[in-house]
Design a protein around this ligand. Structure first.
Ligand code: SF4
Ligand code: MG
Length: 338
């Protein structure tokens, strides 16, 4: 498949200013040297605990924040070089759906006005056709056309998320970034919205970058998964590889935390201990070493790079000095793991 989005060495530092001259005294390294590719028509999820940099990555791709450095290429265009006006045009092809649609829907506008405005800004549908388009969009997301004349507060949470989706779809995008898009919804509503998103993907050849802390949701929707920890990618691979053959101790710990449906399946359990360290002054070497049961002195000093080892499937990469040795049992935990 065609490469749609490519992120290269992306860094997003937020300066912390201090002193009487307001100089930058330190940086929050929210995203620190992240690279990955998304192909047309696939769903790539970014998972990790809050503060790992997953939302910041999404915002940097859309240039809602300007990246500190690195390259973001979308459909062959280098986004970082675009000015505001050029970037606004690009947003026709790159939409975002947030966790809380209520916060992103103007409470004083009816749904019709909201959808109209989105189409107006991108100049996608002629004015005379917009009412038809709005009726069609409403039906597409499972709402009634007459409901377009209501205000956001007149809808339930799940319905509001459908309106957020309708707005994203109204401009006929290629990529939709879903940032915790179903996290606030009840489980049954979650499933409905996820199924809707999957249907649109097939019918409209959409590509999703799905940002979530919820591995159950990610398992449902993804083709490939990126695991982030403290601003860095620690593991990337096909969904099956990540779930069935996780390589990085952090990924194993995240997976340990979700219940196993079949009690016969014995999983290696790794409990995540302690809090995520501050991204202002992240741990040296492997950033996970302060919480990793397998950490050694080498982990404190040397930063592990993403690599694919012979026992891993193609495209599966992990950043751990001992991925292989943990797999074979040659490297044992140095701390209690359960
Ligand atoms: Fe743990 Fe060391 Fe691997 Fe990091 S490099 S995940 S600290 S064993
Ligand atoms: Mg977030």
């Amino acid at each position: 498949n065609k490469e749609l989005l490519s992120v290269e060495n992306l860094k997003q530092y937020f300066p912390i200013k201090g002193g009487i001259f307001g100089r930058t005294v330190n940086n929050v390294k929210a995203v620190d040297d992240v690279s990955f590719t998304v192909y047309e028509g696939e769903t790539v999820s970014i998972v990790g605990e809050s503060g790992c940099g997953k939302s910041t990555t999404g915002r940097a791709i859309l240039r809602l924040d300007t990246p500190t450095s690195g390259k973001v290429e979308f459909d062959g265009v280098d986004l970082v070089s675009l000015n505001k006006k050029q970037m606004r045009k690009m947003r026709k092809d790159m939409q975002i759906i947030f966790q809380d649609p209520y916060a992103s829907l103007n409470p004083r506008q009816t749904v019709r006005q909201i959808l109209n405005e989105a189409m107006e800004i991108q100049n996608v549908v002629p004015k005379s056709d917009r009412d038809d388009r709005i009726a069609e969009l409403m039906k597409t997301v499972g709402l009634q056309p007459f409901q377009a004349d209501r205000f956001p507060h007149e809808f339930s949470g799940g319905q509001r998320q459908r309106i957020g989706i309708a707005r994203a779809l109204s401009v006929d995008p290629k990529l939709i970034i879903c940032d915790e898009a179903v996290s606030a919804l009840d489980v049954s509503i979650q499933a409905q919205v996820l199924n809707l998103l999957q249907r649109f993907q097939r019918e409209m050849n959409l590509t999703y970058l799905f940002i979530s802390h919820d591995l159950g949701v990610v398992r449902h929707i993804s083709d490939r998964i990126i695991v982030m920890y403290l601003g860095k990618i620690v593991e990337i691979g096909d969904k099956e590889s990540i779930f069935e053959n996780p390589q990085h101790p952090y990924t194993k710990a995240l997976l340990s935390a979700i219940p196993v449906p079949d009690p016969e399946i014995k999983k290696e359990r790794i409990l995540l201990q302690g809090d995520i360290p501050s991204p202002i002054d992240p741990p040296t070497g492997c950033r996970f070493h302060t919480r990793c049961p397998f950490a050694t002195d080498k982990c404190k000093e040397e930063l592990p790079v993403l690599e694919s080892l012979s026992h891993m499937t193609e495209g599966h990469e992990a950043a751990c000095h001992y991925a292989k040795e943990i797999e074979t049992g040659e490297h044992k935990p140095t701390k209690d793991i359960t």
